[in-house]
Design a protein around this ligand. Structure first.
Ligand code: BGC
Length: 512
């Protein structure tokens, strides 16, 4: 982390901490107020102007009821052509930061730098090409208009939408994808890095690995229990580290930006706090989710010890001579260690964890961790997502855990949100209450626990294509009327309240 930025937030924190009054707390002056989106979820224009197909185009077009009503992101919020409408929403909120992702296959249609989708570089007849807005120009326009409006862009290079041609060659199960990712990242740093200073390489490698390559529930829909997730994660960690080194070596000095990876995690509470087995299981739940990526990247270049020993023991019992968890070579460990300039956390929910013996004879990553997750029935559940139990205090505990485990890093919460089911009322009073309680927990994390928290991004700016839930689950601060071809955006009450928090000297009353 750049030391000037670090010194500045420390100074802000210590001066403001001395004024700490739980009834009347302010966010630090430099706090980043954001909202986040992802290309496939909002852009539409799935095959417009030279864009290549991604795994999500393939997955949704295959149908088969894997997505709610077989919906697709072909049109989504139409942000590819309606970017100006999104910008109005961003301005209405008064955001200081906007996090969005680049569509890899809009920029590099076959996933490689062999062909760049840019004006004058067109594979169609040149006359038709001149009129097109192509990938590079589209994102340049987004970035420039954010900057012109005083909004800092935070750019994710890859948010679930791997170019299909790379998947055809093995996707994240192949080391070649890690190399292609590094080349793509270098291309983005070179093209946009004069204006973009905050980069996220990969969004939620856990979700890609487990849902994409283990359980097959999300694109590319690969079902390889017990091996797929470990292999995909292994290559994503190497891809991230390679991209970070490329930035460090070739761009950092001139561009002065920061690079990290967005890691999602639940907070894990032991089901029975008096049970040692449950307490250990809760630790394993975190190890198999957050630490799986954070330990190698932030600490020592290697997987958490508990993952290595647990998976090896289960494999032995299942009659396998070697562990299904791959090993990094010592060169790879050196290469991976220390490759993040800040901690980017996506938090949604908390689970209670019970120890559960793995009696499976077949390989399975979820069985390997010997931990069963349950949701406390007293926790409210977001109406749009059955998995999303609302537990704001879990975020505070997770932030403290990250502070204590990962050497007190600067943290950005790069996603947090609550969904409503469709039809979603514009007066989402209860949802705002969840946001408000969450912001209170963040204040406590900053002032009481001393966490170096630098920013908060609501997921999401707009209602959008919520992966397998399609448009039935609404996470937006702005409602999008998908049935209306103009795709109008209207603020929920949460947007109006969030804008007040941002404008009102960044204050959230703690007494309700
Ligand atoms: C993802 C988003 C998703 C959100 C809500 C996160 O896992 O990064 O793309 O929409 O959660 O499910």
């Amino acid at each position: 982390m750049a030391s000037a930025a670090s010194a500045s937030i420390k100074a802000t924190l210590s001066s403001e901490a001395s004024n700490w009054n739980p009834e009347n707390a302010y966010f630090p002056g430099e706090f980043a107020w954001g909202a986040a989106t992802a290309a496939y979820q909002i852009e539409g224009g799935w095959d417009a102007d030279g864009k290549g197909p991604s795994v999500w185009d393939t997955f949704t077009h295959q149908g088969g009821d894997r997505v709610f009503k077989n919906q697709t992101g072909d049109v989504a919020c139409g942000s590819y052509t309606l970017w100006e409408e999104d910008l109005k929403c961003i301005k209405q909120l008064g955001l200081t930061h906007y996090r969005f992702s680049l569509s890899w296959s809009r920029l590099l249609p076959d996933g490689t730098t062999g062909f760049i989708n840019q004006k004058g570089n067109c594979s169609f007849k040149i006359e038709s090409c001149a009129a097109l807005i192509q990938g590079v120009d589209y994102y340049a326009g987004v970035i420039d208009s954010l900057l012109m409006n005083g909004v800092t862009p935070v750019v994710t290079l890859y948010h679930f939408d791997l170019p299909q041609p790379l998947e055809d060659q093995g996707g994240w199960r192949s080391g070649a994808t890690a190399e292609a990712f590094d080349a793509y990242a270098q291309f983005c740093f070179r093209t946009f890095g004069d204006r973009v200073k905050l980069w996220i390489t990969i969004n939620e490698p856990y979700v890609v690995a487990v849902l994409g390559y283990e359980k097959g529930l999300m694109a590319p829909g690969v079902t390889e229990p017990g091996t797929g997730a470990y292999l995909a994660a292994h290559n994503m960690i190497k891809a991230h580290a390679a991209a970070w080194h490329s930035y460090d070596r070739l761009f950092r000095k001139k561009q002065g930006g920061l690079v990290s990876i967005a890691l999602n995690s639940d907070w894990a509470e032991p089901f029975n706090p008096n049970s040692l087995a449950d307490r250990e299981a809760a630790k394993r739940h975190l190890a198999f989710c957050l630490d799986w990526f954070a330990t190698p990247i932030f600490l020592d270049g290697d997987y958490p010890a508990v993952m290595k020993s647990k998976i090896a023991a289960v494999c032995k019992r299942q009659g396998s001579p070697s562990s299904r968890l791959l090993e990094f070579t010592s060169e790879e460990k050196t290469m991976i260690k220390g490759t993040a300039d800040f901690f980017a956390l996506n938090y949604y929910t908390t689970r209670k964890i019970k120890h559960q013996d793995n009696l499976c004879t077949q390989p399975s990553m979820s069985a390997d961790k010997e931990a069963e997750q349950v949701t406390d029935p007293s926790w409210p559940v977001a109406t749009g997502s059955s998995w999303l139990a609302v537990v704001p205090w879990g975020l505070r505990r997770l932030l403290k855990y990250i502070k204590d485990t990962y050497n007190h890093p600067i943290i950005y919460i790069t996603e947090n949100g609550f969904s409503q089911s469709d039809p979603a009322p514009l007066d989402d009073t209860l949802r705002w209450e969840y946001f408000r309680l969450t912001l209170q927990e963040i204040l406590k994390a900053i002032y009481i626990d001393g966490v170096q928290l630098k920013g908060y991004f609501v997921w999401s700016l707009l209602d959008n294509f919520e992966w397998t839930c399609g448009y039935s689950s609404r996470f937006g601060l702005f409602h999008v009327a998908f049935e209306n071809s103009a795709l109008p955006r209207l603020p929920y009450r949460s947007a109006i309240e969030y804008a007040k928090v941002i404008a009102n000297n960044r204050r959230v009353k703690l007494d309700g």
